[in-house]
Design a protein around this ligand. Structure first.
Ligand code: NOJ
Length: 954
């Protein structure tokens, strides 16, 4: 049931134009979401029962393993058995007769998967999240074989305990892994070297609402029908939610589960801690205008991946569920009485609550950060290599008005010597928000406009939203309607109608594969009139945003393909739209070129389809600061290609804020300036001097480092490692950095300390970790870590430091765009570490095709030791080279290293001997910088990037 569409639309639109705080009342709290409230209350009761394992403040007794919670759920006697690679157990509640089937399986790299649902459900539960997220739709996961599992059963304290010891491919570092299941009450512990790492139901919060028939007469409140404001959810299936505690023994910090505008290290949401939130973190994709900072409210995307970290180990959990999910976090200390003294063991206890679907949980044992990402990447494909232009500077605004406006942006960028790759068009370019059309008065010749941009080396991105205007004259609506491709009403009888930008709209049901394919076909060059191969796409409003729907989204009882309720699939909707678009762009050319699609909504696995951004932020200093933990949390959760609107979406930044935002934005993986329709124009040249110069300098720094960024993307695509990294990821033993979320690393080699305060005299505290040298990237001034320094940054300065021991590839010729740099020579920066050594990588391919999959790339390992710089092929380079690789190397034969800069050499050296392909030549070294020995330059060694070579300094 919905309120009058127009009324609500008016309310939402007024929100869209005013810079004011979020309308909290539009969105549910846990108390207003009946299933969340039931589980939270249950957990509170359990926690109050005698014998609960932890007192939250440290007064409890017993370590998690031997703990006995008051959980009413136990393993059914005699039900534990091994079936192929899976340990099966039946679990039931002491008061009911509905056994749950638990399946525990073990993956090659050490991951443990735990699934649960009714042994004989009354109706199927939605179980396709795995299809949409996991590699090969989850069908071909590398499970450990039965012979690799050793099951032993014993009795401890009157309860049966089953232990599976298993072997992994992670290598010796993983230690001995085992899983222990206690029967009464049930709990599961993943142990490394016999020490608990991750525990399930050790706190007894597990609660499973089995499917049931609707009772006659009165039904419990919120179980069969639930009303929020003016909307009533009919809930025809009744209650079907479940909750579980997942504890990370020995940890004080957990991270991830974006998207929230909250600190990187997740705060407590219960347990009475100081500074705790009173609401759980919510995962439910929503369109939240002017979102609040430091708040666990749901935002546009949801990735149910959490990492836990201590100085000893990193572990993780993937809660594979796409329904509305809430996560409570509590930081606890459990006292254990050892033989000699009492010990305080920290633990983070999390409580996950989902409304529908099957319970499907993956536990990643680590123990290192790269191990956790390897384990995640074994399940979920990681970010593919983007088009090279996508790493450049994107200029957007709601809206560039017409063709002349677009071309004038292009001209001004050139005139002011600002490199940029893409200009963006927001919703106003269309004919009345009918996507795949153009406003003919403002854009009479869109293809010619794109050709003109393309000739200058630039691309165009246009927004294509998921709502389809209900208009029989509109081909897209008529075709989708004829084919029955729209999301259906709760009774399945008609198409769901709601309000969005075009007014009365319908939404394509991407769970119907034919509908998804059909949408992809709309991107065909012949089909999408006025599009060219240099047009790319922005998918916005795909949470989905429905202006007159509950919480500005779809009613949960709507029907999708296969009869599934929206409730079960909500968090997948945006990803499937993103996927359909990316597939469509990929298919529009043969051979295929890589697509570029930006999406606002996302889920675990969305990284496969393109970039995401943090939605409608505001032009203020607090939002500038908040963008860092938000983008880091996304990177921790595998959403690598993430950015925030540079300048802030709502409101007008002054020139100083805008300058600082560019100086931070050039370090976002996705770097786009964007602004609300009601804001003043704010392109860099409108700011005047000195701001224009500072902004231009920052953008040039982005372009100079594109080879480093591209190499990082290559690594992320293979390893899943974040591109921008919290400090703890690079310095896993430095406890003081575990909660740091102002300073961050870009890859392993660059540390960024953003200036996020208006007062330039206010120094920024920079911590230089480890016994290592750090070099200011601009001045090359050296800092000897470990060191904490207060550094003031003039308005033209970014506080960015290269880590000693790194080699960073750059391209320093000034170009208008990334695509115009493809044949440019490289400059290598060798930042000598404490031990006199350095290493790095360089990855190059054609930047647009999929030929790299057949080996058409150059990937080099660069190392510097004993004054000798060496370039060798990476281990991923085939030897002898494949035909594709040889062809690519030939194509790049003229691309050379035009300069090597060695920073931090202790002894002044005078000559460089260059050896390549059996040739040897010697050049004189030059020096620059104030200190003679600080920066030594080898001018034009002219070695080819595809060749083996060495440069020896003497
Ligand atoms: C909402 C998006 O978040 C914003 O970036 C965009 O400008 C507007 N929709 C209009 O399309």
């Amino acid at each position: 049931m919905r309120v009058s569409g127009l009324l609500h639309l008016a309310a939402v639109l007024s929100l869209a134009v005013a810079v004011e705080a979020v309308k909290r009342e539009d969105f549910k709290t846990c108390e207003q979401s009946a299933f969340c409230l039931r589980h939270r209350r249950f957990a509170e009761e359990i926690a109050q029962a005698p014998g609960w394992p932890s007192g939250g403040g440290g007064s409890g007794s017993g370590s998690g393993l031997s703990a006995r919670s008051a959980s009413p759920y136990s393993v059914v006697d005699g039900s534990v058995r091994l079936e192929q690679h899976t340990l099966v157990a039946l679990v039931s509640h002491k008061d009911d007769q509905v056994p749950l089937r638990f399946e525990v399986s073990f993956l090659a790299s050490g991951t443990v998967r735990v699934r649960a649902q009714e042994e004989e459900p009354l109706a199927p539960r939605f179980d396709d999240t795995q299809r949409y997220t996991l590699r090969d739709e989850g069908r071909a996961l590398p499970y450990a074989l039965l012979e690799d599992l050793r099951l032993t059963s014993t009795t401890a304290g009157g309860a049966a305990v089953h232990t599976v010891n298993y072997t992994t491919t992670t290598g010796d570092g993983a230690g001995a892994l085992s899983v222990r299941i206690t029967e009464r009450p049930w709990s599961l512990t993943l142990l490394r070297n016999d020490k608990p790492a991750i525990q399930l139901n050790s706190r007894g919060f597990f609660r499973f609402e089995h499917l049931r028939s609707k009772p006659d007469g009165d039904v419990p409140d919120g179980e069969w029908e639930e009303t929020f404001r003016t909307w009533t959810d009919s809930k025809p299936r009744g209650p079907e939610s479940f909750g579980l505690d997942v504890s990370f023994a020995g940890c004080q910090h957990v991270y991830g589960i974006p998207e929230h505008a909250s600190p990187l290290s997740l705060k407590s949401t219960r347990g009475g801690a100081k500074d705790a939130y009173d609401q759980p973190y919510r995962l439910y994709n929503l369109d939240v205008f002017e979102y609040e900072i430091d708040n666990p409210m749901a935002l546009y995307g949801s990735v149910p991946l959490m990492l836990a970290h201590s100085a000893e180990a990193t572990t993780g959990v993937l809660w594979l569920n796409a329904a509305e999910t809430w996560v409570d976090v509590a930081h606890e200390k459990t006292s254990t009485i050892g033989s000699l003294f009492r010990r305080e063991e920290p633990a983070v206890v999390t409580h996950w609550i989902s409304e529908a679907g099957v319970m499907d949980v993956f536990l990643f044992p680590g123990p290192g950060v790269p191990d956790v990402y390897k384990q995640y990447a074994e399940l979920v494909e990681q970010t593919p290599l983007p088009r090279d232009f996508a790493l450049g500077h994107h200029q957007s605004r709601w809206n560039y008005l017409d063709e002349a406006d677009v071309l004038s942006i292009n001209d001004r960028m050139h005139e002011h010597d600002i490199p940029y790759d893409v200009v963006w068009l927001d919703i106003e370019y269309t004919d009345g928000k009918r996507y795949f059309t153009w406003d003919a008065a403002k854009f009479p010749a869109p293809a010619a406009m794109q050709d003109r941009l393309a000739r200058d080396g630039h691309q165009l991105v246009v927004v294509i939203d998921p709502h389809i205007k209900r208009d029989p004259e509109y081909r897209v609506w008529a075709e989708a309607n004829d084919r029955g491709f729209f999301v259906k009403t709760a009774d399945g009888a008609g198409n769901f109608q709601g309000w969005c930008w075009p007014g009365d709209s319908a939404w394509i049901d991407y769970f119907n594969p034919d509908a998804a394919r059909w949408l992809g076909e709309q991107y065909g060059l012949a089909k999408f009139n006025g599009s060219t191969a240099s047009l790319f796409v922005w998918n916005d409003m795909n949470e989905p945003s429905v202006f007159n729907g509950p919480e500005i989204s779809m009613d949960k009882d709507l029907q999708h393909h296969g009869g599934w309720e929206h409730r079960a699939v909500h968090n997948l909707y945006g990803m499937l739209y993103h996927q359909a678009t990316a597939n469509g762009l990929r298919a529009r050319q043969s051979p295929a070129l890589r697509p570029f699609v930006l999406s606002r909504a996302y889920f675990a696995g969305s990284q496969r389809y393109g970039a995401i951004w943090t939605g409608d932020n505001a032009a203020d200093w607090a939002h500038l600061r908040a963008s860092v933990p938000m983008i880091l949390s996304n990177n921790v959760a595998g959403m690598h290609f993430a950015g925030a609107d540079v300048g802030g979406f709502f409101g007008n930044p002054d020139a100083k804020l805008l300058t600082r935002w560019y100086q931070l934005g050039v370090w976002y993986p996705f770097f786009r300036a964007h602004a609300h329709i009601d804001t003043k124009r704010r392109e860099p040249w409108l700011m005047g001097e000195p701001y224009l110069t500072h902004i231009r300098d920052a953008i040039r720094e982005r372009y100079r480092l594109l080879p480093y960024w591209y190499t990082l993307f290559r690594e992320a695509s293979l390893t899943g490692m974040p591109l921008v990294r919290p400090m703890w990821v690079e310095f896993p033993g430095e406890k003081s950095l575990f909660a740091e979320d102002k300073t961050f690393m870009v890859g392993p080699a660059i540390m960024v300390a953003p200036v996020t305060d208006p007062d330039p005299m206010l120094p920024v505290e920079v911590v230089f970790p480890l016994q290592e040298n750090w070099y200011d990237m601009k001045t090359h001034e050296m800092y000897n870590g470990p060191l904490t320094r207060q550094i003031s940054a003039g308005l033209g300065d970014m506080l960015v430091f290269a880590r000693g021991g790194s080699i960073i590839p750059t391209r320093e010729r000034r170009r208008r765009s990334a695509t115009l740099m493809r044949r440019d020579p490289f400059t290598l920066y060798v930042y000598v570490g404490r031990t006199g050594t350095a290493s790095g990588k360089l990855y190059v391919d054609d930047g647009e095709s999929y030929d790299y999959e057949g080996g058409a790339f150059i990937e080099r390992e660069l190392s510097f030791a004993k004054a000798r710089l060496v370039s060798r092929p990476s281990a991923r380079t085939a030897s002898p080279p494949s035909a594709a690789q040889a062809a690519f190397s030939k194509r790049m034969a003229a691309v050379r290293i035009e300069r090597v800069v060695v920073v931090g050499l202790r002894n002044p050296l005078t000559r460089a001997t260059i050896r390549e392909n059996g040739d040897e030549r010697t050049v004189e070294l030059g020096y620059r910088g104030a200190k003679v020995d600080a920066e030594c330059v080898i001018r034009d060694p002219a070695v080819r990037i595809g060749n083996d070579w060495e440069i020896v300094l003497s």
